[in-house]
Design a binder for this molecule. Structure first.
Ligand SMILES: Cc1cc2nc3c(=O)[nH]c(=O)nc-3n(C[C@H](O)[C@H](O)[C@H](O)COP(=O)(O)O)c2cc1C
Length: 402
């Protein structure tokens, strides 16, 4: 397990949009993260889905009315509002946005929002013309001014067949937004954390590259862990197959030199840089302008020149610098030497010969060494949890450099 919503109660308000079915998937995803999920439905939502669908997923009764004697809300009409750590209205119809913006409370969803002290997220879903209408736009603006988090909508094809802005975000993205909102006041709030990720590619000619096996998973997991604690997280990413994490800026580059330029730009106002990328030590001396043809020769020699040491080259006074050392021998000695030579505060060393950890897999087993000489061997854990451990050690340094 990695990120967890254990101990958090999410009130999920479902309103009468054709996109209701995505709320079922969202409820399931929140349950998989161990959240307690209270579903509340408007009368219109009941025309699209039955409460049974949600009950089967959340293992709780669904709240559909304030006046039904069977409903908890008939005893305490603000019960769901009080126990929520976050209220998410997914999907949010134009009608419900208007009601929330104007403080109406005549159904379980709008009444709960009016009564809660928890952060509120709304995810609009409607026909593009309904969303762009001056009334809806004014309502959305009003909600934003009142610190309600508006997630989406996205551009795309809608149920009407029209293409435009009004599509409900996908459940996985909505989970990302919920994580951002829950982490907003976290211990990295107001901090900018830059993470490099993936394996750089050094061009040989227009079609060939020198690459490496880094998947980018480690760096992306660190950035997500930073985002979940309130940081402004940026990934300087070499090519990977990974999707952009919600709420994380991803600056895409190919070569080590390009990564260097992007890091210089992003680190100028950053608090910490964590170099999880596998940066090529060498690049091709002369990149061919045309595809190199196969000749009669049996061998082909390519001249390489050294790439600059990117992390050693980043100069910023208050920047905490964390390096990675992927080694196949003399792990500790090599890692220690890198702390010195690169001016790092900390280095995360991993043995790339271990079968259950390292490249491309979801877990890692690392040793964290710092400037003061401490060596901590961490057990095998998810890359997200490695990110949490690294950030736990970065945070005290941020204080001392501020
Ligand atoms: C088939 C169908 C699909 C609808 N889809 C949407 C929608 O995606 N977004 C929206 O704002 N309204 C949609 N509506 C209109 C709402 O259901 C209607 O405005 C209703 O009063 C919303 O009530 P509620 O906000 O209390 O759930 C749809 C109506 C129908 C019949």
């Amino acid at each position: 397990m990695t990120y967890s919503l254990q101990g958090k109660t999410i009130s999920l308000g479902v309103t009468g949009s054709i996109a209701c079915y995505k709320a079922v998937d969202l409820a399931s995803k929140l349950m998989q993260l161990n959240a307690d999920v209270d579903v509340l439905m408007t009368p219109s939502a009941l025309r699209f889905l039955t409460p049974l669908t949600f009950t089967a997923i959340t293992h709780r009764p669904v709240i559909t009315s304030m006046f039904d004697p069977q409903s908890e809300l008939s005893i305490n009409h603000v019960a769901a509002a009080e126990r929520a750590d976050l209220v998410a209205v997914v999907p949010a119809t134009a009608n419900s946005l208007a009601k929330i913006a104007h403080g109406r409370a005549d159904d379980p969803v709008s009444a709960t929002i009016l009564a809660t002290r928890a952060p509120v997220l709304v995810a609009p879903a409607m026909d593009a013309n309904m969303f762009e209408s001056p009334a809806t736009q004014a309502n959305v603006e009003l909600l934003r001014q009142r610190s309600i988090y508006v997630a989406g909508p996205a551009e795309g094809r809608m149920a009407s067949g029209l293409v435009g802005r009004g599509r409900l975000l996908e459940p996985a993205e909505l989970v990302g937004h919920i994580r951002i909102l829950l982490g907003r006041a976290g211990d990295l709030a107001g901090r900018k954390i830059v993470v490099s990720a993936g394996g750089t590619r050094e061009a040989i000619d227009p079609v060939r590259v020198i690459a490496n096996h880094s998947s980018g998973k480690m760096g992306y997991a660190i950035a997500e862990a930073a985002r979940d604690r309130g940081a402004q997280a940026v990934i300087v990413s070499a090519p990977t197959a990974l999707p952009d994490p919600t709420g994380v800026k991803v600056a895409r580059i190919n070569s080590a030199l390009e990564m260097g330029h992007a890091l210089d730009r992003e680190c100028a106002d950053a608090d910490a840089v964590i170099m999880a990328a596998a940066v090529a030590d060498w690049r091709v001396a002369q990149i061919a302008e045309q595809k190199v043809k196969k000749t009669g020769a049996d061998t082909w020699t390519i001249d390489l020149v050294k790439n600059p040491d990117l992390i050693a080259g980043i100069h910023a006074d208050r920047l905490v610098k964390v390096g990675f050392a992927a080694e196949s021998e003399d792990l500790i000695d090599n890692a220690r030497a890198k702390i010195q030579s690169k001016g790092l505060h900390m280095i995360v060393a991993n043995d790339i010969t271990a079968e259950d950890a390292g490249f491309a897999v979801d877990d890692n087993r690392v040793i964290i060494l710092d400037r003061e000489g401490s060596i901590e061997r961490l057990p095998l854990m998810s890359k997200y949890d490695v990110g949490v451990e690294i950030l736990d050690r970065v945070i005290p340094l941020l204080g001392s450099l501020a």
